[in-house]
Every structure is written in C-alpha cells, then in structure tokens.
Design a protein around this ligand. Structure first.
Ligand SMILES: NC(=O)c1ccc[n+]([C@@H]2O[C@H](COP(=O)([O-])OP(=O)(O)OC[C@H]3O[C@@H](n4cnc5c(N)ncnc54)[C@H](O)[C@@H]3O)[C@@H](O)[C@H]2O)c1
Ligand SMILES: [Zn+2]
Ligand SMILES: [Zn+2]
Length: 389
C-alpha cells in the first residue's frame, strides 16, 4: 500500500510499504478515508523528537472504515465508519480506569525510552516515533488499530467525514485543556496559538461557559477564521501589547485561565526567540517554551495554566517563581480522547461543534509532501492539510 514516510529532517515521501496485518485479537484494520496533519507532526518533521527512523509512516489523526476485526473485538464490525483516537490505550489498566487514557500503561509497546526520559512511559501514539511505541501512522491506505474497542468510535450518520475527522485529536485535545483547566462560568480565558488545537480549546471554553475567550497568534488569517467561525476575540501579538490588552479585557486582574496551544517550536518577536532558538539548535535546550512563559506571566493570581502544546525534554528560563508566588495551578497532558470523543461526536451531530473549516487544504495522499510543506510554512493560509488515500 501507499504511505507517507518520514525520510529525515524536513523530508517526507510517498512510498510503498507492506499492508498492515492483525497482530492481536483486539486489533482492527481500518481503511483510511481521511487523515490530517497536526502541529505535533511538525515537531517530528523538524527533527525535534529524535526517535524517528527513515521509512516510519507518519500520521495520527484519521477516520475510515473497518475492513477486518480480531476475534476479541466486540464493539465494532466490518463496515463501521469510525474515527480513531490518536493515543492508544488499553481501557483496562489503572490509568485508563482513572480516565487518564493517554497515560495508559499498556499502550506503548516500547516504554524504555520514555521511562528513561520522563520516569514513566505514557501510552502509545500512531506515527509518533519509537519513543511512543513505533506504531505505523495513518497517512496510509490502511492502518492497524490496537485495542479497537477502546480507540475507535462509530461516527453518527448525521456527522460528515470532514467534521468527524477532527474528533480524532484536535477537538478532544482542545476540550481536555478547557475541561481540566477548570473553567468556571464567566471566566476570562486566554488561548495562545490559533491552530486547530487552540481553536478547539477556545470553542470548548465557550461551550463550558467562559465569559470571554481571547485567542493570541500572529497569523491574521487564523485569527480572522477564529473570529468568524467561533465568535471569539483575538489579539495579534506582533501588533499588540498582549499583556496590557489582557489586563484591560479582564477588569485589570488578568485571565482566570490561560491555555497554551503552541508547543516546542514557539515563535516570538522579542530577543527570547533568538535565545531559545540558538539553545534549541545546539541541543542544550530541547524546547522553546515561549508561550508557556507568556501564559504563566499573564495569568491572574490563583489562576490556572494548561499546557496543550507538546514538549519533549528540558526548557530554560522557566518562571517557577511566578507559578509559586502567584499560586497558579499548572497542568498538562497528552489528550485523553477516549474520555471526550463520544460527547464531541454528539455535539458535532447537533452542530454545536463545527470543525470542517480547519481542513483548509484537501488533497490525495500522493500530494502529501506538498501538503506538509504548506502546513509547515503556513503557505496559502493553511490551517490543516487533509489527505484522502
Ligand atoms: N496535548 C495533546 O494531546 C496535543 C494534541 C495535538 C496537538 N498538540 C500540540 O499542540 C500544539 C499546537 O498544535 P496545532 O496543530 O494547533 O499547531 P499549529 O502549528 O497549526 O499552530 C500553532 C500556532 O501557534 C502560533 N504561535 C507560535 N508562537 C506563538 C506565540 N509565542 N504566541 C502565540 N501563538 C504562537 C503559530 O503561529 C501557530 O498558528 C503543538 O505543539 C502540538 O504538538 C498537543
Ligand atoms: Zn495531533
Ligand atoms: Zn490502559
């Protein structure tokens, strides 16, 4: 079958790879109908997660049709149209029982790397390096889905492929950030990053009752999209004093909840960008935590900061003093999608959650290298490139 493979830093290619096979009784094989790029894939592309091998199949967000099931799959049958959570979890371990699905003890079949790096291994993720299990990704014609009863969700008839696709990752990620940050009615919520993840966090914040939601980025086309489709307020950090504006818009107190949806490749117009970039390139700092610093600095006293952006290792100039002295609650997670996806699909069916606007570019799988380039360089107002195998 055809698949999009990682071929080195900033190199992807469409190649012929072996078809996936059922390996375990709880597996299903899914024929991929739609799969989409994610900001997380850019971190792989840029070489910031050094556990990829040439020829690894990329992609972790997808929707398709079940074409084969293992003998222990109960919930699904051949022909089901399913959206699959990007994180792989067993549904039975202690972590899954707590609803902390991305921390699953059985999802990552190669836990040694992350145990060494982080103390314990999180669950697995499709197409996301050998540190997260080395699973083949979804930018392919077919994919093996382990623990299919846990990770695959039947899409209600009334929800289109275009919309349901985003229930795989961006929508549950954004929802998790807003939910676990503890948004209360009338809160002022600031979101750094206006990609699909930031937009979905902003929409979740609105649906959870926030009084004002303000999204911060530098790309006007993304900010205008969020204003138009989601009805949120926006700030362009290249043209505005973000701190002063956030104070003004929160009655002088600062936002109650700050959500970071940018990650390890953050940009900044200020000198900290050069500082962090040099350290990252020299590998003496693994991530650029610019938006994390901003979120912590601007958050009101006693407020809550949620880090949705992906980080891999160690950062420099982390404002621990602000966290401590302002009494902030700081949380983060890879998405616990299994906890939210059924509810999100219902909201999609009721038109409460619109996502299809994020798919700015839809193309055949064979054009994936072009799609990746557009997405990485933010060309042609790209928010997400969707591939149709
Ligand atoms: N926690 C999870 O489970 C999970 C799931 C999916 C994605 N992610 C992560 O979320 C992050 C965002 O993903 P995405 O797909 O929306 O990415 P994206 O690249 O499409 O969007 C990121 C946005 O952040 C903006 N940005 C950069 N620096 C900024 C700054 N200093 N302040 C404000 N905005 C800034 C960029 O201009 C861009 O629009 C990535 O790190 C991704 O890996 C996490
Ligand atoms: Zn993703
Ligand atoms: Zn588990």
């Amino acid at each position: 079958m055809k698949a999009v493979c990682w071929e080195g830093v900033n190199e992807v290619a469409v190649e012929q790879v072996p078809d996936p096979q059922l390996l375990n009784a709880q597996d299903a094989i899914v024929k991929v109908r739609r799969t989409v790029t994610c900001g997380s894939d850019l971190h792989l592309l840029g070489g910031y997660i050094p556990f990829m091998k040439r020829g690894d199949v990329l992609g972790h967000e997808f929707l398709g049709e079940i074409v084969e099931v293992g003998s222990e799959v109960r919930k699904h049958k051949v022909g089901d149209r399913v959206v699959v959570c990007s994180f792989i979890s067993c549904g039975r371990c202690w972590y899954c029982e707590q609803g902390l699905f991305s921390c699953c003890d059985n999802g990552n079949t190669n836990p040694a790397i992350t145990e060494t790096l982080w103390g314990f291994a999180p669950g697995g993720c499709y197409g996301y390096s050998h540190a997260l299990g080395g699973f083949a990704g979804s930018h392919a014609e077919y994919i093996r889905v382990p623990f299919a009863d846990q990770g695959a969700f039947t899409v209600p008839d009334g929800v289109s492929d275009e919309r349901a696709l985003f229930a795989s990752d961006s929508a549950p990620t954004g929802w998790m950030g807003a939910d676990m940050a503890g948004i209360r009615p009338d809160d002022v919520v600031a979101v750094w990053g206006c990609g699909a993840v930031g937009q979905m966090a902003a929409r979740a914040a609105m649906l959870l009752g926030a009084g004002r939601v303000i999204v911060i980025d530098r790309y006007d086309y993304r900010l205008q999209m969020a204003e138009r489709v989601l009805g949120v307020e926006t700030l362009n950090y290249e043209r505005t004093d973000v701190g002063a504006e956030l104070l003004e818009r929160s009655g002088g107190r600062g936002p109650d909840v700050c959500i970071e949806a940018v990650g390890m490749e953050a940009h900044s117009p200020g000198p900290q960008f050069i500082y962090d970039q040099i350290k990252q390139q020299l590998r003496i700092e693994s991530d650029r935590p610019i938006a994390v610093r901003d979120a912590i600095y601007n958050c009101r006293k006693g407020g809550s900061v949620f880090i949705l952006g992906v980080f891999g290792g160690l950062v420099d100039k982390f404002p621990l003093g602000a966290v401590m002295n302002k009494g902030l609650t700081l949380r983060s997670a890879q998405q616990h999608g299994q906890r939210y996806i059924p509810m999100l699909l219902e909201r999609m069916a009721r038109d409460e959650l619109i996502t299809e606007h994020l798919a700015t570019h839809v193309m055949p799988l064979s054009e994936a290298p072009r799609g990746y380039q557009m997405f990485q360089k933010k060309e042609d107002e790209c928010v997400r490139a969707v591939f149709t195998p």
